[in-house]
Design a binder for this molecule. Structure first.
Ligand code: C5P
Length: 315
């Protein structure tokens, strides 16, 4: 967001961009006593994402969404984020949260986590709360493992459950083709099945060095980035859903330098030097695998473009 609230004025409406992410690297280091998994992951914000409109309201906190399958009650992390911020700040302000959902659900693209982060930062501004960045990070970590990343600036190396973020340099300029097969994978399911696969095949032993990936990202070296793509959750998911492996193979045949499943899936992404090849591959995948295939071609977002028009009203 670009504009700050002026003293004596409050904002009536705010539009916030809620970007998706991909994981170029997701290595599970082990299972923790609290049931979560200790991670080392590298994530990139994308230019593709959802749009959220926040409006001041006198009738409490409500969420509306144009996607029929997404619940708009307290089970939605975006509404929980709004309630947590209000509770933390000791205010009973209302807001209408209008979510235009473009990111597929349960897709490994961080859709819900990104919405939560956008609601935290957007309502902080709409309600003129001045909650500090550090406090917002504390709230984000309570909402979900990926929410902190979406409070950040572009590319990050993340540890812990994923909530400890360290910004990293990224000069990656290629085209990123996202392909979702039309079904979701539950994050919980993916992590549970990693344990079985890891025990069977000692998956934990083979992985590229994350430092090499960070260097390649900083240098904008597509071949170097491609060599370091890694996701501990990919093998169990491809084993259960072989179409994911076939999509990866098709993208590579169509000119992708590399392809990987993002996060807990089921979205697979391909990294292309050439935008035309990415778009051609998307067309071929939709033809070959059928109309359930969802595709989007996007790029790394160097700066989160969460800015939007803020309409002010005098107090
Ligand atoms: O934190 P979040 O709600 O996004 O996580 C969803 C589920 O994914 C958790 O309940 C847990 O089963 C699994 N998870 C995990 N280790 C992580 C992140 C998520 O086991 N680091």
């Amino acid at each position: 967001m670009t504009k700050q609230a002026q003293p004596g004025h409050s904002i009536a409406q705010l539009k916030v961009f809620s970007p998706a992410k991909i994981n170029l690297y997701l290595r599970i280091l082990g299972k923790r006593p609290d049931g979560y998994h200790e991670l080392e992951t590298v994530m990139l914000l994308l230019q593709f994402g959802d749009e959220i409109t926040l409006q001041l309201s006198t009738t409490g906190l409500t969420l509306e969404c144009d996607h029929p399958d997404l619940p708009t009650d307290d089970s939605n992390i975006a509404l929980r984020a709004a309630k947590l911020l209000a509770e933390h700040s000791g205010v009973d302000h209302g807001a209408r949260i209008i979510l235009r959902k473009r990111t597929p659900l349960a897709a490994g693209l961080g859709g819900g986590s990104s919405n939560a982060a956008a609601v935290l930062t957007g309502l902080n501004r709409l309600w003129n709360l001045n909650v500090s960045g550090e406090e917002l990070h504390g709230l984000a970590a309570r909402l979900g493992s990926d929410v902190n990343f979406f409070l950040g600036q572009g590319a990050a190396l993340c540890h812990g459950r994923g909530e400890r973020i360290e910004p990293v340099a990224c000069n990656f300029v290629g085209t990123i083709l996202l392909v979702n097969p039309g079904f979701g994978i539950s994050t919980k399911w993916a992590y549970e099945h990693w344990a079985q696969t890891a025990a069977e095949s000692r998956l934990t032993g083979k992985f590229p060095e994350v430092s090499l990936l960070l260097r390649a990202l900083a240098e904008g070296d597509l071949a170097g980035v491609t060599q370091c793509l890694f996701n501990s959750l990919e093998v169990p998911s491809i084993r259960k859903f072989p179409v994911l492996g076939l999509i990866k193979k098709t993208m590579c045949e169509d000119g992708a330098a590399g392809a990987l499943m993002s996060g807990s899936g089921a979205t697979v992404f391909g990294l292309f030097a050439n935008k035309g090849d990415a778009e051609q591959s998307a067309r071929r995948i939709r033809e070959q695998f059928g109309p359930s295939m969802w595709t989007a071609s996007t790029r790394f977002a160097e700066v989160p473009s969460r800015s939007g028009k803020a309409h002010r009203i005098a107090r």
